[in-house]
Design a protein around this ligand. Sequence first.
Ligand code: AMP
Ligand code: GLY
Length: 419
Amino acid sequence: MKVLVVGGGGREHALVWKLQQSPQVEQVFCAPGNPGMKGVTAVPVADLDELADFASREGIELTMVGPEAPLCAGIVDIFRAKGLRIVGPNQVAAQLEGSKSYAKDFMARHGLPTAACGVFTAAEPALAYLREQGAPIVVKADGLAAGKGVIVATTLAEAEEAVRDCFSGRFGDAGARVVIEECLFGEEASILALTDGKTIVPLASSQDHKRLGDGDTGPNTGGMGAYSPAPVVTEALWETVNREVLGRFLAGCQADGLDFHGVIYAGIMVTENGPKVLEFNVRFGDPETQAVLMRLDSDLAEALVATADGCLDQVQLVWSAEPAVCVVMASGGYPESYAKGLPITGIDEAEANGAVVFHAGTKLVDGQLVNNGGRVLGVTARGTDLRAAVDRAYQAVACISWQDVQYRHDIAHRAFGRQ
Ligand code: AMP
Ligand code: GLY
């Protein structure tokens, strides 16, 4: 089977890596791919219609979409119209990620636990609501804002500024509508699941590290590391999440007639009053996927085909009991501005001890690998226990360097804190 992965970051590198292990997969294509992907045919096509034409011509039998942008732009509708098999929600269902107010309405309609909120299309009523609610409070641009549209405001002044920012066009169209949400407290976890619209199959739990600095300090980032499983997701919590989040999600999709053959990612906050959904993503998480897929012992291609074809009930995912950890190595200055084009060394040594280095923001210039983005590498390892996995990942990290590289030294600290 020929498989196409859409995207070019660490998540897509992990998807490619896992798909290449499938006995059913003979060739993997990736659009656009990245320099770390070995044995992959790069497809330098960004236009979705052209990509679908390419997939038809090439006889691609399975397409897996990594990022949210093409899903929200309707890639699934375009591929399906050409009779191509693709994993992901259609454009309507992708609004669960593309519009936070759409997601909040969906959750309210179908009884999923989430923070109380108000939705506003003008500054004045939004500001009045803020004053009524008080701080701390959370202000969210409605649309896709590359992870920057959420402001957890500790003071009223901060919240007011966030509202004014949104309506002044800082996030473009994404900020024309604003969701103001009750501030929740607790530990976060990432719950991913495959669904074909009839069956929902949870993946192993994981936890992201969104803040830049050790001890969860500093600015928010796209994710500085992840590990799986997340011990905050106890057996009792799994049961609640399965029933109140995943079960109601599936029933909601069915009741609304949403076409969802893909990955649903619920970011949850484990509060004193149980799990609450912070957000939906309609795709695999990055960097959670790097850790989660390293623990998947069964065939990903088979599971994805079943997701697209509507026979997920026949698939049994097999997970390793061994934890996995992904440490993100980032450019100095990220998430603000940073220098690009700095030579990276040590990846082969890093991989010699069983770690896998997934590329996210790299580029080859005259045969030399250089940094080309904020998050550059996701160094991922599995171990007999969490400590062993963490140690193996950090031993690999220590082999790699470039000028001003930065990374967190405490990935998985919450799990150790519980032990
Ligand atoms: P989101 O993109 O909606 O997941 O938000 C990004 C991050 O903002 C989350 O991972 C949380 O850390 C934080 N966040 C979002 N909503 C809330 C909330 N209602 N209360 C507290 N923190 C939140
Ligand atoms: N790790 C957060 C995300 O993928 O959105």
